[in-house]
Design a protein around this ligand. Structure first.
Ligand code: ATP
Ligand code: MG
Length: 777
């Protein structure tokens, strides 16, 4: 093991930096803070918890605290342990510290994510975990391959008990910092009673391979700290100050790791918001933040209530939605920002119309014809619930030439998309070794390391590609048995698919579908019973659906490669598209939140899996989404959405009913009544809303919806019957666009009194009601 001084990460701050610090007795950065934030920055010793709502300046205070620690000489840059949630957040924090200090924040090696920090630590102490310091980090594919070997060796039917399921169980144990010997008796039945045993074997195997998986990075460090008090003490002394952002999303292993490190001096400052805990599905425990005062008795708790980010309307909308959650501390935020625009709500005919409209809105915002000032591209963001929603924007923005980038996870980066693309690449060129190697044993065809090695040698000896090498081996009868038979079939398939890809009469989408079906790849996921499998199958469907828009497989793959290059080009301003999960901690002047439809958002799957808990996590996602917006927040939904090529009707999200009326402006989509009304005055817009809400319009929509069909844009004007007025009877079930479902309890002329299921009893104009059977969405 190397000593501290030998490691770059522990080198002292440069003398010049410290001398510079001494030159700056006046810390003007403190003047940018409110008294509560200042307290959190200036109280340097002892535990501090900043538990506060979105946009109240938690990250700002945390960053300033780092600057202050450096500026006052309390700690050298390498004595500060600062944990953020993503690498992007870490980079931004470093830049912000630099800006506050008026010079680049040099050498902060311990500012990063849990994982990046733990890799560094584990390399230094690998031998204490039975590893060498050059251990490899397995990705999920490798992890799975290893587990499959163990499952097979244990004679377990992996159709009934897929290895993937075991992987999920082990991850969960690791998130809870449980080594095999610590798995509680209650979990003994896991994976057909074999889970714990296989977990132990897996850990042994990893050690033999000098490898770790992601979960091990923290688990090993926690174990080392627990079993080697001397090592722990070194770090407790070295990391004089610990700071953690987004504390509400830490899992148990991360929590224990922090608690151990802070155990000596207890100079730990954690910031977070229970209302923004959105990673429960990945093992995060919001309880960690609520328990802070117990873990660190005498902790100073700072509450921030002023929101500096959003306008009052945006803040009111977010607060009202999150109020629907029962399990929360309950915090009230306020702002002294002036009025601004109300949150805008708009329903669209379908998802493509929604993307088109958002594209037009963005262009108007850039040109300054919408809103109070012209916006820049990088001031605008679109936040979606699922990656599949990104497709519509991808298509639309490309066709109008609007620069955009996708932040965080996206479809193309998923394992299943990479696999599918590897199949397509091999079809297009059998010389693509990386691609072919990726899928040769996916699904399992009995190709182990040895077989692969043999094929590789054959290819090399004959100076041909891996694919051609395999063909030679098959031709020369060097690969027999079951493996040989399966690979022969695979090679024949590839030859056939290639011919089909060159045949202009073959439709590309069907070809892609055939490749994934005939290779057994789709089946592989269908046979998988882990929670992630349905999502992966959905991603495959989305991917296949994409091909509809292309003439050839080659054209499609070229576009995928261009997209990659486009996303890497990071320097120029662009509109950002991201999932709500990836949006945490960020802020933008204008935010679009599309796809607020029940089932999509809140996600049906999340509700099915964890019931009320899932719904509350979805609601927190809604809160995160709305609170990203500074000036304009636009929520939208579509009445019809194409899901994997099939039209489906959708109901507006239940979260829409939770928005406060007074802070929301309902917009009417353009194109319905002649187009281009978005710049029209409020009155005109209201009049249009009347038409849009008319029972005739709704009936017409309902009828079209029954067939799951969208009408072409041009034909819509002709189908609206704005004069139709419905007559209602007492007790009839009705639907109101704003108040939802209810029963008629009284009728007075054109006013109808309705007892709404959620909104209570209200008198509404008959025109705004539709009979339940006519409900359009
Ligand atoms: P989230 O919960 O979304 O992560 P947060 O609490 O971390 O939010 P910050 O991102 O730190 O909030 O701050 C939100 C915005 O308010 C930022 O633009 C920040 O610069 C600004 N801000 C924070 N504190 C102050 C202050 N005292 N005076 C003026 N602006 C402030
Ligand atoms: Mg923050």
């Amino acid at each position: 093991m190397s000593s501290f001084d030998e490691n770059d990460a522990f080198e002292g701050a440069s003398l010049s930096a410290r001398a510079m610090a001494a030159l700056r007795p006046e810390a003007d950065y403190l003047n940018e803070l409110n008294p509560a934030q200042r307290e959190a920055v200036e109280l340097l010793d002892g535990p501090i918890l900043m538990l506060a709502g979105a946009g109240t300046g938690k990250t700002k205070a945390l960053t300033t605290r780092i600057a202050h620690l450096l500026n006052t000489g309390r700690a050298r840059p390498n004595e500060i342990l600062a944990v953020t949630f993503t690498n992007k957040a870490a980079r931004e924090m470093k830049e912000r510290v630099g800006r506050l200090l008026g010079q680049p924040a040099e050498g902060m090696p311990w500012l990063g994510t849990f994982h990046s920090i733990c890799v560094k630590l584990l390399r230094r102490h690998a031998e204490l975990a039975g590893l060498k310091s050059n251990f490899t980090i397995l990705d999920t594919d490798d992890q799975l391959r290893l587990l499959k070997q163990l499952v097979q060796a244990a004679n377990i039917d992996d159709k009934r008990w897929p290895a993937r399921m075991l992987a999920g169980i082990i991850d969960d144990w690791k998130n809870r910092a449980l080594t095999p010997d610590k798995v509680p008796a209650a979990d003994a039945g896991a994976y057909n009673n074999k889970g714990v045993e296989l977990y132990a074997q897996y850990q042994t195997r990893l050690r033999e391979l000098n490898a770790v998986d992601f979960g091990d990075l923290l688990l090993h460090m926690v174990t080392i700290f627990q079993t080697h008090p001397d090592v722990l003490e070194q770090y407790q002394r070295w990391f004089r100050y610990i700071l953690v952002d987004e504390y509400q999303d830490t899992n148990i292993a991360q929590y224990l790791w922090l608690r151990l490190l802070a155990g000596g001096h207890k100079n730990i400052c954690c910031v977070g918001d229970d209302d923004q805990s959105i990673y429960g599905w990945r093992g995060a425990e919001v309880g960690n933040i609520l328990r802070f005062e117990k873990d660190f008795p005498g902790a100073h708790v700072v509450r921030l209530e002023q929101n500096y980010r959003s306008t009052p309307h945006i803040l009111a909308a977010a607060s009202n939605v999150i109020r629907g959650n029962e399990s929360r501390l309950g915090k009230e935020l306020w702002t002294d920002k002036p009025g601004g625009e109300k949150v805008r709500l708009i329903g669209h005919w379908d998802g493509e119309e929604e993307a088109r409209w958002i594209g037009e809105e963005i262009e108007a915002m850039l040109g300054g014809t919408r809103g109070v000032r012209p916006l820049e591209l990088n001031e605008i963001a679109i936040m979606v619930r699922t990656m599949a929603q990104m497709e519509a924007f991808d298509d639309r923005f490309k066709s109008i030439g609007l620069p955009y980038r996708i932040l965080g996870p996206r479809l193309d980066d998923t394992q299943e998309a990479r696999d599918a693309h590897a199949y397509f690449r091999t079809v297009l060129s059998s010389d693509n070794e990386l691609a072919f190697e990726r899928i040769i044993n996916k699904p399992k065809r009995g190709v182990g390391d040895k077989t692969l090695q043999k094929i590789r040698s054959k290819a090399r000896a004959n100076n041909v590609s891996l694919f051609r090498g395999l063909q030679l081996m098959l031709d020369e009868g060097e690969l027999g048995g079951k493996v040989g038979a399966q690979l022969r079939e695979l090679v024949a398939n590839f030859v056939r698919w290639r011919r089909a890809s060159e045949d202009k009469s073959v439709d590309v989408r069907s070809l892609a579908e055939a490749i994934l079906d005939e290779s057994g790849y789709t089946q592989m996921w269908q046979d998988t019973q882990t929670p992630d499998a349905p999502g992966r199958l959905e991603n495959l469907k989305t991917l296949v659906h994409r091909l509809e828009k292309h003439n050839t497989l080659l054209e499609y793959m070229e576009e995928i490669e261009l997209r990659d290059a486009n996303d890497r080009n990071d320097d120029v301003p662009k509109v950002s598209i991201m999932t709500l999960h990836a949006a945490k901690g960020l802020e933008f002047p204008a935010v679009f939140l599309p796809g607020w439809e029940d089932g999509l958002f809140p996600s049906q799957r999340s509700m099915d899996e964890t019931g009320l808990k899932g719904l509350e996590e979805e609601r927190r996602l809604a809160y995160v989404g709305i609170t990203r917006a500074e000036e304009v927040c636009t929520i939208s939904f579509a009445a019809n959405r194409r899901v994997f090529g099939q039209w489906q009707n959708a109901m507006p999200s239940r979260f829409i009913d939770e928005l406060p009326e007074d802070h929301v402006e309902v917009l009417t989509p353009p194109g319905l009544y002649g187009g281009g009304q978005m710049s029209a005055g409020i009155e005109t817009r209201a009049a249009q809303a009347n038409v849009y809400n008319s029972p005739g319009w709704k009936r017409m929509q309902a009828r079209q919806g029954q067939y799951g069909m969208s009408q072409p844009r041009e034909s819509r004007n002709t189908v609206i019957d704005a004069t139709a007025v419905a007559s209602f009877t007492l007790g009839e079930r009705v639907f109101h666009q704003k108040f939802g479902y209810g029963g008629v309890v009284g009728i007075e002329g054109d006013k109808v009194e309705v007892e709404f299921d959620k909104a209570g009893t209200k008198k509404v104009v008959a025109q705004y009601l539709s009979a339940k059977d006519d409900v359009p969405f």
